[in-house]
Design a protein around this ligand. Structure first.
Ligand SMILES: [Zn+2]
Length: 216
């Protein structure tokens, strides 16, 4: 792609002169993130407009002028949850941290602190998903070998207090738990919420239907 972009001598100038018509989260006002993400998810599910035709422009634009994503997402590493595709977003729209079980951590918190402090992220979504293997392992009290025990260790406390009766309930409990722990860990994020500069959102993605359901 890079060679093609570099060869497009008039592209950067045309981007600078023209308004971007792409459906995107980046740049939307605070308070509209949930609505914009749901609209993108509806486009994804309907097989309609997808964020492809304007991606080259975004690469050039964000490469030249930097990123300014409005929405951060803490999601699972599961390959069935490709965050930008699910919300029909493109290059530069979402600031995404992905790790098994959408588990918060010091590095995840630090990433979002950077997103909020330096990039202008005004909303953070913790996104769980149905049939999550990491949550299922914790739910079934499985002992996993090697470093895989790290994510069951941080998910189990989410289930101990809420006693979910099935995996769907466990996924939802884990989303709520990870968001609470993320805020508990991060003074910078708590201050941003208190100052009205940051909204915290929670949702679950259904891997069978492609639909995102917000919890709040
Ligand atoms: Zn998962």
């Amino acid at each position: 792609m890079k060679h093609r972009l570099l060869a497009s001598t008039g592209l950067l100038a045309s981007i600078l002169l023209g308004a971007c018509q792409a459906p995107a989260v980046a740049g939307i006002p605070k308070g509209r993130a949930r609505e914009a993400l749901l609209e993108g998810n509806a486009r994804f599910r309907s097989g309609g407009e997808h964020a492809t035709s304007w991606q080259e422009e975004r690469v050039v634009k964000t490469g030249a002028f930097g990123q300014s994503p409005a929405v951060g997402v803490l999601s699972c590493a599961d390959s069935r949850v490709p965050v930008e595709l699910v919300f029909d977003q493109g290059v530069g729209d979402l600031f995404v941290v992905r790790v098994a079980g959408n588990s918060e951590s010091e590095t995840a918190a630090g990433s979002f602190e950077y997103g909020v402090s330096a990039l202008g992220v005004h909303s953070i979504l913790v996104l769980g998903h149905t049939k999550c293997g990491a949550v299922e392992a914790a739910f079934n009290q499985k002992d996993l070998p090697g470093n895989m025990s790290a994510f069951t260790r941080v998910i189990r406390p989410a289930l101990d207090g809420s006693h979910p009766s099935n995996l769907d309930a466990a996924v939802e409990a884990n989303v709520r738990w990870q968001q609470a722990r993320l805020l508990e860990r991060s003074e910078i994020l708590r201050e941003a919420v208190a100052a009205g500069r940051l909204d915290m959102l929670m949702a679950v993605y259904d891997v069978e239907t492609g639909e995102v359901r917000f919890l709040d």
